[in-house]
Design a protein around this ligand. Structure first.
Ligand code: FES
Length: 111
């Protein structure tokens, strides 16, 4: 069991509990979190699941993998990619991430 808090650009927050080992994106989609459209279904092709990991959690979450990093690099002209940017479809919710906070970008593709 692990809880994830999603923070909207206006500062509003929603916290959900994951029981099934899904990704941060899946938990958001299952709970209709605004700003996480996940149009490609988790294939690292759309970036509509882009989040900023809370800096306090960045080390525990870890950096993007090579293909995810490549995707984020390709998007730097289109969206505001920051040091803690991640594609939330690539962050599995493991127990060690209980309490994780992620921020939804204001310029999310699809918003
Ligand atoms: S859901 Fe499309 S890149 Fe994550």
């Amino acid at each position: 069991m692990a809880r994830v808090t999603y923070v909207q650009p206006d500062g509003s927050e929603q916290t959900f509990t994951n029981y099934e080992g899904l990704a941060v994106m899946h938990l958001a989609v299952a709970n209709l979190v605004d700003g996480i459209d996940a149009l490609c279904g988790g294939m690292r092709q759309c970036a509509t699941c882009h989040v900023y990991v809370d800096p306090d959690w960045a080390e525990r979450v870890g950096p993007p993998g090579p293909e995810e990093a490549e995707m984020l690099d390709a998007l730097t002209d289109a969206i505001d990619v920051r040091p803690t940017s991640r594609l939330s479809c690539q962050i599995p919710i493991i127990e060690d991430l209980d309490g994780l906070r992620v921020f939804i970008p204001a310029d999310q593709p699809g918003i």
